[in-house]
Unconditional design. Sequence first.
Length: 278
Amino acid sequence: MKINFPITITAADTNKRTISGTIVSWNETGNTSAGKTVFAKDSIDFSKPVKLLLEHDKTRPLGKLIDVIATDSGLEGTFRLAKTFAADDALEEAATGLRDGFSVGVMVDNWDNKDGAMIISKSSLHEVSLVSDPAIASAKVERVVATNTPENSEAKAEDVITTEGEQVSDTTVPEAPAVETVEAARVEATASIPNFSMKVRNPITSPATFLEHSVRAALGDDDSKTYVKAASDTTTTEVAGLVPTRQLTTIWDPKNYKHSSSNFSGSKCSIARRRNDF
């Protein structure tokens, strides 16, 4: 049986990208997915590697458990977060208290029911998640270092732990040197839009095909109508024999022939003789 037991983070260090807190408090009642639950002292086995998840989502890992200590009050754990955007957000949320709770997922081996609560005596730690709504608010985030100081730096900030009723001493931290920021020039690229064209193939390539599609067009074929119309607009000799050679419409007609006027000084017989020549 697997249950989730939420508690609260005690510290977050963004320099080392670590989050620390009480993983489990012994003999303290918490509201879990199985109802009221109490972990007996030393009831959790943490010998196997454990991942830190976001809200118990196996597809959203944040880091790994790098240190765990069993005390008389519970388990204290420290997680190192990966260098990812999700882990950066998790550090910021833990530092600002937006998501400052731990919730452990354990596999329960032995347990008893006492006064309506599950008393766990043996279990194994399966995973730990960073959550926004823990059931126990006894431990809070107490230290957040928000500057990115190298880990091998000689000067390390001391951990400041604040508890209720204690006075916190003032600590002055020197400011980090300003880093000049150079903004790259913005590059604007405009993609050229290609012009696409396509020549439609007309099946009319000869007088015979023109006649064929003319008949089909007369019978109602829409495609043939389009082909014939396109061919009718042809004004060049691209299709041999399709555009006929221009011919004369009038041939020589003797009825339309006009004689040129002539003056004859001869007799009427000579005139009649000339007319008979026709």
